[in-house]
Design a protein around this ligand. Structure first.
Ligand SMILES: Nc1ncnc2c1ncn2[C@@H]1O[C@H](COP(=O)(O)OP(=O)(O)OP(=O)(O)O)[C@@H](O)[C@H]1O
Length: 568
């Protein structure tokens, strides 16, 4: 696919949620912007006509008394008031609509970045990508407010000018319309093309400056110890110089663009002046109509000049579109995993599965085949690095398989770490089910054995957690993770060392609750611990990314393997 085709597809991906969120408000914004411009043009045209007509009427006593001054002046007042009202409405509607759309896009993007592949990239370069996330979204504002709305207004202005002049002479009206559209939009396209490179360089320059400044401040001690402080300072200065260069190029272009629009406006005015002069000379129109035509043509060029800012920003906006579109594209929930419907013979079925971690050429799983019946409890055991966590990650859809097939029931993965977000305890729980009410949360906390602790917190469910908030002990964190798991109505639980690092008493309590709450669910547990593996009906032994043995409860080998695991 060519890059321009890709570009249009990206633009469609970004515009779709843009237009779907508040289509009416966005359309109204464009209509009001056009109405403001048209009212301004009509105001100036009518005023020009009125002044000229009044002056001419005053030349003769007969016309001086019969000339109606009230209707045109009432029209002028109406247009002046109308323009103010529509400008106010336009600002209100366009800004409200674009902020609403951007807010909705942010949510979609955060979801997009939470997908397995993207989340991995985000984890590798968090500051850079988070900066992009905010600055790219802001750049999209320009797409609607500085490009689409002024482009609609400019087209309206060209049409009105063409129609007004067309009433005087159809050819003049048509030529003016074509000229305005061709030159006005042509200049926009030309400026946008010329500005693309410096605008993109500027965006990269800001990013580099930020990253280098953060590195210099955060890593001062290390840089000084390694004798690299001066080099880092130099890199910072270079980034600053590159940014200044891009700024200078954009400023120059802005000045040239202003001059180009000035020349185009003057040429328009001269052309229309000559045309209406000829028409007046031929007696086709009077002087007041000529004044009206001239002023309408004069004002019709202004909205095109307003497009200049958008054209200068277009490169940056385009970059934002290209970066954000992949995160907005609809994606499979679990890449490479076929969903098993309820009632199927197997809850999990793996056939000749191979998989590697993102960015690693070495497969962590090799030719793994495994079938787990619904409701079965299976423990994955094996030395550290055998591939247990990787297997759970593939079934959870975190890692796409390299080869082989995977089908599994809808699953929830309990990872080794419990993430606490900087939010209330309530919202930390609601990550698992955004619609859950307090009674459901309390019931999950109760089952997870955390309700008593939460009741003891002065703010209860409103307690702030995470950075700057309350931390939780290891046992409390695991119970919170368990409560989250209970809030997810899925038939398959993937548990990665669920009670590692907990002391024996707490671990046994958590495991007991887990086993009870799991009910008829299918469980797949990766573990080194005897207490966790003891929940299982079958042990699947792994070594170097392969399954080397499967032992069923009741067999001596099962008991032997269980006893070989680490005790409490
Ligand atoms: N993020 C990663 N990137 C690249 N390779 C990885 C990554 N995580 C694990 N691996 C590699 O994949 C292989 C399997 O690791 P995995 O974490 O699945 O083993 P495990 O059996 O769960 O070990 P443990 O019991 O220590 O959790 C190992 O060789 C490991 O080095």
């Amino acid at each position: 696919m060519s890059s321009s085709q890709g570009g249009w597809r990206d633009l469609r991906l970004v515009l779709r949620p843009f237009l779907a969120t508040q289509p009416r408000a966005l359309l109204w914004g464009g209509v009001l912007a056009a109405a403001t411009v048209l009212a301004g043009m009509a105001l100036l045209g009518l005023s020009g006509w009125f002044i000229t007509a009044t002056a001419l009427a005053g030349l003769h006593a007969a016309t001086a008394f019969t000339f109606d001054v009230f209707m045109p002046s009432a029209g002028i007042r109406l247009l002046a008031l109308g323009r103010t009202a529509s400008r106010y409405g336009e600002r209100l509607v366009t800004h409200d609509a674009s902020f609403g759309v951007l807010a909705a896009l942010r949510v979609r993007l955060f979801r997009g970045w939470a997908r397995p592949g993207a989340a991995h990239q985000l984890a590798m370069r968090p500051s850079r990508l988070l900066f992009r996330l905010t600055s790219d979204i802001d750049a999209l504002e320009s797409l609607y407010l500085r490009l689409l709305v002024p482009a609609a207004a400019a087209l309206g202005a060209a049409l009105l000018a063409g129609v007004v002049l067309g009433f005087m002479h159809i050819g003049v009206g048509l030529v003016l319309l074509l000229w305005l559209v061709a030159v006005g939009w042509g200049l926009v396209l030309f400026i946008a093309r010329r500005a693309q490179r410096p605008a993109v360089r500027r965006a990269h320059g800001i990013e580099a400056l930020r990253a280098r400044t953060v590195d210099l401040v955060a890593g001062q001690t290390d840089l000084v110890m390694a004798g690299r402080a001066d080099a880092q300072r130099e890199a910072l200065m270079n980034a600053d110089a590159r940014l200044a260069k891009a700024d200078l190029a954009l400023n120059r272009l802005e000045t040239s663009a202003g001059a180009a629009y000035g020349v185009a406006g003057t040429l328009t005015l001269v052309g229309v002046l000559l045309a209406v002069g000829v028409l007046v000379g031929e007696g086709a129109i009077g002087a007041p109509a000529a004044a009206l035509g001239l002023l309408v043509a004069l004002t019709a060029t202004e909205p095109f000049a307003a497009l200049r800012r958008g054209a200068l920003d277009a490169g940056r906006t385009w970059l934002a579109v290209r970066r954000l579109a992949p995160r907005l594209a609809p994606d499979e929930a679990r890449p490479g995993v076929a969903v098993v419907e309820p009632g199927a013979a197997w809850a999990v079925s793996l056939a000749h599965l191979s998989a590697a971690h993102f960015g690693s050429g070495i497969p962590a799983l090799n030719d793994v085949s495994l079938a787990i019946a619904p409701g079965e409890r299976v423990a994955l055991v094996g030395a550290s690095g055998a591939g247990k966590s990787t297997l759970l990650a593939v079934i959870a859809g975190e890692i796409a398989p390299l080869a082989g097939s995977v089908s599994a029931e809808p699953a929830c993965l309990l990872t080794q770490r419990t993430e606490l977000f900087q939010d209330s305890l309530r919202d930390n729980l609601r990550l698992a089910d955004p619609a859950a009410d307090d009674s459901r949360l309390w019931s999950a906390l109760q089952s997870a054995g955390l309700a008593g602790d939460v009741r003891a917190f002065p703010a209860g469910l409103d307690t702030a957690l995470g950075e700057g908030g309350l931390g939780l002990s290891g046992g409390q964190s695991r119970r919170l993770a368990l409560a989250r798991l209970l809030l997810r109505p899925v038939p398959l639980w993937l548990l990665d060392e669920p009670t590692e690092a907990l002391d024996a008493a707490i671990a046994h309590d958590v495991l007991q609750r887990l086993a009870k709450e799991a009910g008829p669910r299918t469980l797949l547990i990766a573990t080194h611990l005897r207490r966790e593996a003891a929940l299982a009906d079958r042990l699947v032994c792994m070594r170097q990314g392969r399954i080397v043995a499967e032992l069923r409860r009741g067999s001596p080998a099962f008991e032997a393997a269980l006893n070989a695991l680490r005790p409490d």
